[in-house]
Design a protein around this ligand. Structure first.
Ligand SMILES: NC(=O)c1ccc[n+]([C@@H]2O[C@H](COP(=O)([O-])OP(=O)(O)OC[C@H]3O[C@@H](n4cnc5c(N)ncnc54)[C@H](O)[C@@H]3O)[C@@H](O)[C@H]2O)c1
Length: 341
């Protein structure tokens, strides 16, 4: 089979992680085209990656016969239209999380992919992380008895990209930061969210306030699942101290911890300076192998003609929890999560 030609749509932070993988690390794939409406961003990416073909218009990639698949890493609000257009053009898609803004958009994307018989994978890379995989296996093995509570936190160090302050484009921190935690809770509980209650506030991003008074950079969401298990999600943006992604599972006979904050095992103690250890600074670093495994999985699904491990339904269920969480923040009340069976 010939190499799978990849076009990257959106040459920002996440897009470039995938692009660097597809530019040489993923067997059976080749990065052939780059798309971004910002000419400076797309030409800088092309220079770095040594890709000759780049454009500011996604339609160019969809007309290019060398492009078999798209990686979509634009702001969330554009995911639906790009993915539907790609499916109509017969292209497979790896779409960054959050899948879309609402369930209706997710259904459009899934239906378009099914009709065109193309693969649609959603980029929940934690499902490919060795620590998370081992944790899931331990829970399923019964090592801690029956799991009762899954707590998952994600806290990002950097100031959000400007479009992320606009809830109409991003759906806020629950979507941008915590989509991964929502997916982890679904995965670890083996169940769907029944009801959520969330509180949120803006504590570190005063610059967002004038234009986006509803933006929140700190959120806590509690949940009850259809199978009776409990969940807690803690999300934060702009925390500056490092990139923090940890999970705790409490069972009837034990507890399990996944994740770490320290970058490596070097701990120093020097006169007058106390104990020192370096901290993980970025998701790019912490999940580097997981992003690569996720990209490899996408190509193997296409080449082996099988369904991705993480598909449209996983993306859609996470979006429905984000929407319920945001409604709970607005109304200050618990909100039932739509049953989408
Ligand atoms: N899986 C992860 O761990 C992870 C990490 C970061 C971001 N993301 C997701 O990736 C997506 C992008 O986030 P980011 O942090 O890279 O944002 P970003 O702002 O760094 O990059 C977005 C890029 O998309 C471009 N763009 C805007 N509109 C476009 C369009 N219509 N067509 C093509 N390109 C367009 C922008 O010019 C920009 O270069 C979001 O959905 C985000 O949630 C996922």
């Amino acid at each position: 089979m010939e190499e799978i030609g990849i076009a990257l749509v959106g040459c920002g932070r996440a897009g470039m992680v995938h692009a660097r993988n597809f530019a040489g690390r993923i067997r059976g794939a080749r990065l052939v085209s780059l798309i971004d409406p910002e000419r400076d961003a797309v030409s800088a990416a092309a220079r770095e990656l040594g890709v000759a073909d780049f454009s500011t218009d996604v339609r160019d990639a969809l007309k290019d016969s060398r492009v078999h698949a798209l990686v979509v890493a634009t702001p969330t609000v554009y995911h639906r239209d790009i993915v539907v257009a790609a499916a109509h053009a017969g292209r497979h898609v790896l779409c960054e999380k959050p899948m879309a803004m609402n369930v209706r958009e997710c259904v459009d994307m899934m239906e378009a992919a099914e009709r065109a018989k193309v693969k649609l994978q959603i980029a929940f890379m934690r499902r490919f992380d060795p620590g998370f995989l081992a944790g899931k296996e331990a829970v399923d093995s019964g090592r801690i008895g029956y799991a009762v509570l899954v707590k998952s936190l994600s806290r990002g160090p950097s100031v959000p990209q400007p479009w992320m302050f606009d809830l109409a484009k991003s759906n806020g921190t629950l979507a941008e930061v915590n989509s991964h935690d929502i997916d982890t809770l679904r995965w670890f509980t083996g169940s769907e969210f029944d009801e959520v209650y969330a509180i949120a506030g803006n504590y570190r991003c005063p610059q967002a306030l004038p234009a986006h008074p509803d933006y929140y950079d700190n959120v806590v969401l509690t949940a009850i699942f259809n199978n009776g298990m409990q969940g807690i999600i803690d999300g934060a943006a702009s925390v500056s101290y490092g990139y923090d992604a940890r999970v705790e599972v409490l069972g009837t006979k034990g507890v399990l911890f996944i994740g770490r904050l320290e970058e490596n095992s070097v701990l120093s103690c020097a006169e007058g300076r106390g104990l020192n250890q370096s901290v993980i600074r970025s998701w790019r670093h912490l999940f580097r192998d997981a992003y690569e495994a996720e990209d490899r999985e996408f190509i193997e699904c296409i080449r082996g003609d099988r369904l991705p491990k993480v598909g449209g339904r996983d993306g859609m269920m996470a979006v429905s929890v984000v929407n319920a969480g945001n409604e709970s923040i607005r109304t200050k009340k618990p909100v039932k999560v739509a049953n989408l069976d």
